[in-house]
Design a protein around this ligand. Structure first.
Ligand code: PGA
Length: 242
């Protein structure tokens, strides 16, 4: 795992944008894996700036997202569909038909997972996947458990994740308890993974990740040790450096 420590969140976001742009620029039809949550927001702002400055066009890019809540309308502000359009897609020249986000707004959720897997198989290996890490070590919504899903699944969110994500909702009760999430096998199916971690709250998870010498399903981020090209971009607060 390559580690880049930045002085703060702003520098982390700029560095991440630079790495993403450099990778995408090498491909005629780049495939970009995207994540939601507060950590990548700065990266998306930087990518918008790069686009606005005329330094990169997303017209030929395909994007694939990791997860979505179950039980929230895609037009609702709390949905990850809304987030992605609001924070990135509405501000760049990506083609709508090249955007893939798992959808949980159909009756048959099992069917939804199969459809997403089929799409993932069609898109194949992403050139770069942006990833965050949960305080409990989750990646996408793959929560600590005795077994981890290899492929797209409907998952129950843990108390810790519901508590962490309640900051985006009016109350904890409003946070969905289920989500549709890409599985570990597909998360790892990217040439490069850029893992972002910012702030003191992530310090323990980062420490645990860097110290992990076992693949531990109760710490899903440990599965990233199976991948040969993970770049951890972490600020000093999350790294525990002065
Ligand atoms: P955050 O979420 O970026 O909002 O901290 C990361 C995650 O839960 O994967």
């Amino acid at each position: 795992m390559k580690i880049i420590v930045t002085k703060d969140y702003e520098e982390l976001s700029k560095k991440a944008a630079e790495v993403v742009k450099d990778i995408l620029s090498k491909h005629a039809n780049p495939k970009l894996g995207l994540a939601t949550g507060s950590t990548p927001e700065g990266l998306y702002k930087e990518l918008i700036k790069i686009y606005e400055n005329g330094d990169y066009s997303f017209r030929k890019a395909e994007t694939v997202n990791l997860d979505e809540y179950v039980g929230i309308d895609e037009k609702n502000e709390q949905s990850y569909h809304y987030y992605m359009f609001d924070k990135l897609f509405n501000h760049i020249d990506i083609m709508k038909e090249n955007i893939y986000i798992p959808s949980a707004d159909q009756e048959n959720l099992e069917e939804a997972t199969k459809e997403y897997d089929k799409m993932l198989d069609g898109v194949g290996r992403r050139d770069v996947q942006v990833l965050g890490i949960g305080n409990n070590g989750h990646i996408a919504f793959n929560e600590p458990a005795d077994q981890l899903n290899a492929r797209t699944s409907i998952v129950e969110l843990t108390e810790s994740t519901i508590a962490a994500n309640s900051r985006f909702f009016k109350s904890k009760e409003e946070v969905p308890t289920k989500a549709i999430s890409m599985g570990i096998k597909d998360i790892l199916n990217a040439q490069t993974i850029i893992l972002l971690a910012s702030g003191e709250k992530k310090r323990e998870a980062v420490k645990k990740l860097l110290e992990a010498d076992k693949l531990d399903t109760h710490f899903p981020a440990s599965m990233l040790h199976l991948h040969r090209d993970v770049i951890l971009i972490v600020d000093k607060d999350a790294m525990g450096e002065e």
